[in-house]
Structures are given as structure tokens and as C-alpha cells.
Design a protein around this ligand. Sequence first.
Ligand code: HAS
Length: 568
Amino acid sequence: MTTTTTSKETTQSTVSSGLKGKLEQVDRRDGKLALAHIYVAFIALLLGGIAGLLQVLVRSGQFELPSFLNYYQVLTVHGVLLGLVLTTFFIMGFQAAGVSRVCGTFTEKQRQIGWIGFWLSTVGLVLAAAMVLTNKASVLYTFYAPLQAHWVFYLGLALVIVGSWVSSLAQAMKFNEWRRANKGQATPLLAFMAIVNNLLWFVATLGVAVEVLFQLIPWSMGLVERVDVLLSKTLFWYFGHPLVYFWLLPAYMVWYVVIPKIIGGKIFSDALAKLTFMLFLILSVPVGLHHQFTEPGIDPLWKFIQTIFTMFVIVPSLMTAFSLFATFELRGRELGGKGVFGWFKKLPWNDCRFLLPFIGMVAFIPGVAGGIVNASYQLNELVHNTVWVTGHFHLTVATAVALTFFGTAFWLIPHLNGRKLTKRVNGLANASGILWGIGMTIMSASMHVAGLLGAPRRSAYSTYGGSAQAEEWISYQVAQAVGGSILFVAILVIVGLVLYVGFFAPKGQEEFPIAELVPGAAKTPPALENFKLWGVIMIAIIIFAYTIPIIDIIANSQLGSKGFNNLW
Ligand code: HAS
């Protein structure tokens, strides 16, 4: 893509802080660290996508898995590789590149810490994958007890998380170095966002770390006889919902900081973007009980309190929608767009770096509308454990987030390895995004309808022997297979393009787009950069939202008076 990189991109802070390294180009050494993460992510996309294709074929009732595979093993491959590995590795790679791009090149020590994080996560991934592929961990990506996996699976996932903590540490060290060198200055938006996301991730993963280390590993090693299932699920969902925002926020980073540059516009407001991220930081964790509405043993009062928190977490996304539409309209009118929607036509529809994230944004709207249905307490009874929920998250993480990651990879990979995003790649990338949009519309829409008709999720047994009820939804299951097959073709194109831009595209320089703030934007209040303040608010809300429910669960544990001993 012929793009102009203006010297203005070198932010003032670099000059004043005297940081080494040209800002426009991420240092190749940091690029190698980022690319290692990104390539693991796309290997996971290919393998997880194969599993997804097998799933929709089985659920159509027209196809049986070969005898050496079982459905829940395939479903575990799909969920772990796409929900946990593709996301975590891509996010850590993208954030490392972004922090290096706006705060300057990592020091040798910071980069070493980044590589330690990468190798810890990769070793963990190999351990967990080995258990899944040998059918010793067909426990799905949520690994709910009483389903039990080999202890190596839990250890492997724990290492993936610990590795991400170490990677986050390297990014935090670079960010703090920049802050010390630029006292009193508003921090670079992209780096600020990465640090908020890492903080959210660290606090959220504490829940699943406690579950895995103190419950599931001792239990799977036979050291304790039983675990409290309700406690383990509550600890998981303490982590599980903020997990979705850990996925979403890097997409928001691209939408707020990169997309405005690609369309030739500017960032609408640094303060609004930073407030949005701080709201996600304090509201993402105290909502996990909305995944457990149907579970006995949790006081309905606390389920309702967390429903209210859930409705609050809608606000930062609404702010994001407003900010994006404002950015698009301002730019479209600058380019001569007239009338109410004339500006819309002026957006760069032929540029894959914009088109793929935009398709993701559009999918996000029905996706999150479904999220509100899921979260509306009693209404959840209608959709819980149905394939409606699967339709919901295939629009959110599997389209809004995934297509943004793919649209980013097509310029980020060539930027990092000194190649070009060619016109041909751009054209094929646009085709893959449109294919994804078509396939996902068919698959997700039919999932939503089948879910309302009662079709279960997480089940190979979806024809129910031709029962009358299954007859109602089986045609939608067949439609899911059609949509899923189209998605699989898109995955093959995307992985092929990643291979090409990674190793074969012509040498050259590809821009890492970072937008500037619109002139005259309000100064960012220092309070928005006060991580201690927002961290205290976050912890206070979590303590309020979870203390009583957790005490209740332990005190009334079915494990009886020995509860505590058995628990831990
Ligand atoms: Fe969800 C289940 C509720 C957002 C992912 N969700 C899941 C699961 C996943 C997932 C993976 O309350 C399955 C977990 C499992 O395996 O069991 N979800 C919500 C709510 C939101 C939400 C309230 N989910 C997401 C996002 C995800 C994601 C984002 C991935 C990235 N979800 C639930 C609930 C369940 C659930 C229950 C459990 C269901 C059950 O029973 O098991 C909120 O964040 C939604 C906020 C709502 C809005 C609406 C207003 C804003 C609009 C505009 C936004 C547009 C933008 C783009 C920003 C935000 C309409 C701009 C557009 C342009 C075109 C420029």
C-alpha cells in the first residue's frame, strides 16, 4: 500500500526524552519478538479453524468424526486455540510492537523479559495441546469441573498465563521509562491502552490462577478427593468475562489509534479514549456472575447486583461507537461528503486495513445487542446453554475482534519484517474479509435462531434422533455448516496471506499508522493517568461484588465441615 509517513509522526515526547530509535519504524529486534507471538497466533487460527469446520459438519447431522477423534476433544481444540491462544499471543505481539512504536525501542533487559514471557507461554501451549491431542483433556476451553483433565493440561494453561504476565512486565517497564522521561506529559494513547489491558488481564487471571493451582491441579493429581464445583466455576467466571474485554480492548486500540490515521483523520479525543479504557478496567471484573444466573448456591441478590454492573459496562462501548462515528464523519466531510450520510462514501473502502476492522465493527453491533439479552437476568433462562450464546460470541470475539486482528496483521507483519503490503494482498485480504462477513452472517444468524428454538450448545448430539423439536432446528444447523464452511475458506486465504506477507512479499517499508490528536482537543485530565487511583477503585468494586458470594459458597460448601480442607 503506498502510504505517506510524515515526520510529524515522531511525537514531540521522543525528541524531549531523547529516546533512541526512529519512532516511525519499530526496531527489528522488537519486531522479531512481536512476530514470534503473531506467527503462533496464526498457527492456532489454522488448527482451531479446522476443528471449527469439523464441529459445524457434525452438528449438521450429515457427518461423523473419524473414530480417533471425539467431538469434545475437537471442541476443546477449537476453544483453547482460538479463544485462549490466538487471542493472547496476538495481543501480546501487537502490544509489544505498539509500546515499542510509541514509547521507543525496548532495552536489552526489557526485550529479554519479553522473550522469557514468550517462551513460557509457548512451552505451556505445547504441554496443554499435547494433552488435548492425546484426548487427556477434552474439557472445553472453560475446563469446568467435574470434567477432569490430565494435570499437565492445567499446568500448561497456567504457564500460558504466567508467560503473558511476564510479557506484560516488559511493556510496563518501557511505559514507566517513558513516563519518567516525560514527567507531566499525557502518555502515548496506544501504550496507555496496552498497560490498562495488561492490568485488567493480571487482576482477572488471578481468579483462574487460584482455581487451577489450588483446586484443579491437586485434584487432577489425586492429592484431594473432590473440589467444590461451584467455587471453581465462580473463580473461572471472575476471570471469564474480563477475558472478553482483554480480547476486545486491543481491537479498540486499533479502532481508536490506527483507523483514524488510515482514513486520513485524527483522534477525536485522547481523554475520552482514556476514560473509556479506565471504565473497562474498573467494570470488567465484577460481572462474572452473569454467566452463572442458572446456578444454585449463589444468592440472587448478588446475581442482580452484578447484572447492574454489567449494564454499566455497556457505557464504554457506547462511548466508543460515538467516538468512531464522529471520527468517520469529520474525515468524510473534510473530503467533501455532503448531506446526512454523504461522508460515509468517502471512507477508504478499498483499503483492507480499514475494511476488515469496519466489517468487525458492524458485526459488533448485533453481537453486543445479544450480550444485553444474555445479561438481562431472567431473559438469560431463554438462551443459556443454547447455541444462541455461540452465535453471540462468534459476532463479538470471532468477528469484531478477529477481523480487526487480521486487518492489523496485514500491515503490521510487513512493517515489522521490512516488507510491503502489496495491492494484490490488499485485494485478497478484502475478499477474505467479505467472505468472513458472509459466512459469519449465515452461521451466527442461524445459531441465534436455532438457540431460540432450544438447540443446545457444546453438544455433538444435536439431531436428537430426529425428535420433533430437533426437526425444528436441524435446518439451521445445516445453515451453520454452510456458513462455517465459507468461514473456513476465508481462514485458508487469511493464513495464506499471512504466510506471504511474512516471508515472501517484496522488501520495502510499510507504515505503522498512529493517528495524531485533533487540533484543539481538550487537555487530558491528569486524573485519567492516575493508575493508583483507578486501581484502588477497581479493587474496591471487586471486593464489594465478590466477597459475600464467595464466603457464601465456601461456608455452604457441599464438602461439609471439611470443606476448607478439601477445597484447597
Ligand atoms: Fe458476551 C457469553 C453478556 C460482550 C464474548 N460472551 C459470552 C461468551 C463469550 C462472550 C466468548 O450476560 C461465551 C462464554 C462461554 O463459553 O460460556 N457479553 C455480554 C455483555 C456484553 C458482552 C452484556 N461478549 C462480549 C464481548 C465478547 C463476548 C465484547 C468478546 C469480545 N456474554 C454475556 C453473557 C454471557 C456471554 C451474559 C453468558 C451467556 C450464558 O448464559 O452462558 C457487553 O459488553 C455488551 C455491551 C453492549 C453494548 C450495546 C451498546 C453499544 C452498541 C454499539 C457498539 C458498537 C461499536 C462499534 C463500538 C455495547 C450497540 C462501532 C460501530 C461502527 C459501525 C462504527
